[in-house]
Ligand binder design. Structure first.
Ligand SMILES: C[S@@+](CC[C@H](N)C(=O)[O-])C[C@H]1O[C@@H](n2cnc3c(N)ncnc32)[C@H](O)[C@@H]1O
Length: 208
């Protein structure tokens, strides 16, 4: 018995704590574009409905954090004054810059972020985070700091994979909207809205 008690702390050391985020590189934008920009995605991602639901004004600015290949950035661009396409992968940011340039979208600015800091150049009216929440490490500190990147009355919209659905990351990295709201509440974000029309993802709005 004594030997077992002695071993307990060692056993605890041997079990690494569950990861708080899903670490994965997205450093090949051309490759990921086949997936992120697959036209079949539109059927369940419903981008026009998402953008309508965001109720943006033409004078407003948006930061698309984890913009990837710009799926939402290029669709948001005609609706607002400026979109910051924020990503930690330089290849993604360059891909979106080039995509926007080719499409003549002059109000898109690419931003290379750090995993723990979004580097948004100026406060914005809306921060949109699609399928990226579960990739962000140390979220408490991240979302506490992110409040400083919003204008007064600015909003944060999070779209991420629902548990139990037919697509998405491993279940360990799919968070219910309640779990996301509880995490954000710890650092002062209040849930101010929720949409349920997306079949595979939760879609929730927050303010400070
Ligand atoms: C699954 S993709 C989603 C892309 C895009 N939002 C979409 O809906 O098509 C996740 C993206 O988030 C980026 N990413 C991961 N962690 C990030 C972080 N801490 N800050 C900003 N971007 C991040 C990845 O490089 C990748 O491009």
């Amino acid at each position: 018995m004594k030997a077992f008690l002695f071993l307990l702390p060692l056993l605890a050391l041997a079990q690494p704590p569950a990861a708080d985020h899903m670490h994965r590189r997205f450093d090949d934008a051309e490759l990921w574009a086949k997936n992120f920009d697959d036209p079949a995605r539109d059927k369940w991602q419903l981008p026009s409905q998402v953008i309508t639901a965001l109720q943006l004004k033409p004078t407003q600015t948006v930061a698309d954090i984890g913009a990837g290949t710009g799926y939402f950035t290029v669709r948001l661009s005609p609706a607002v004054a400026r979109v910051f396409a924020v990503d930690i992968e330089e290849s993604m940011v360059n891909y979106t810059r080039h995509r926007a340039m080719k499409a003549g979208l002059k109000n898109v600015t690419g931003v290379v972020a750090k995993p723990d800091s979004a580097n948004i150049p100026e406060p914005v009216d809306l921060i949109l985070i699609v399928d990226t929440f579960h990739h962000i490490p140390a979220r408490e500190a991240y979302f506490r700091a992110l409040a400083g990147s919003l204008k007064k009355d600015g909003r944060l919209a999070i779209i991420d994979w629902l548990p139990g659905g037919p697509m998405g990351p491993p279940e360990a990295f799919r968070f219910s909207p309640e779990k996301i709201a509880a995490e954000l509440a710890k650092v002062g974000w209040k849930k101010v809205g929720q949409h349920t029309f997306l079949p595979n993802q939760s879609f929730t709005l927050y303010q400070r």
